[in-house]
Design a protein around this ligand. Structure first.
Ligand SMILES: [Zn+2]
Length: 68
């Protein structure tokens, strides 16, 4: 779990996320969507992986994020 050392927030952070793995791809029905296809990750797949980086607190914008 992560926490902002300045304001105590543990709920929301700004960061960077990257996911890799098999997906289920489906066509978007909506015409006003910029992408013709969407996808969902199949997280039961064994070789699914994710990478999350916590950059700053979304409440006070502090970059003083600690792991607790
Ligand atoms: Zn904060």
């Amino acid at each position: 779990m992560y926490k902002c050392a300045d304001c105590g927030n543990t709920e929301k952070f700004i960061g960077y996320a990257q996911e890799n793995g098999n997906v289920l791809i489906y066509k978007n029905d909506s015409d006003n969507c910029s992408e013709p296809y969407s996808w969902i990750y199949n997280i039961s797949e064994k070789n699914w992986s994710s990478d999350l980086k916590f950059i700053k607190c979304s409440v006070c914008q502090s970059e003083n994020i600690i792991k607790i």
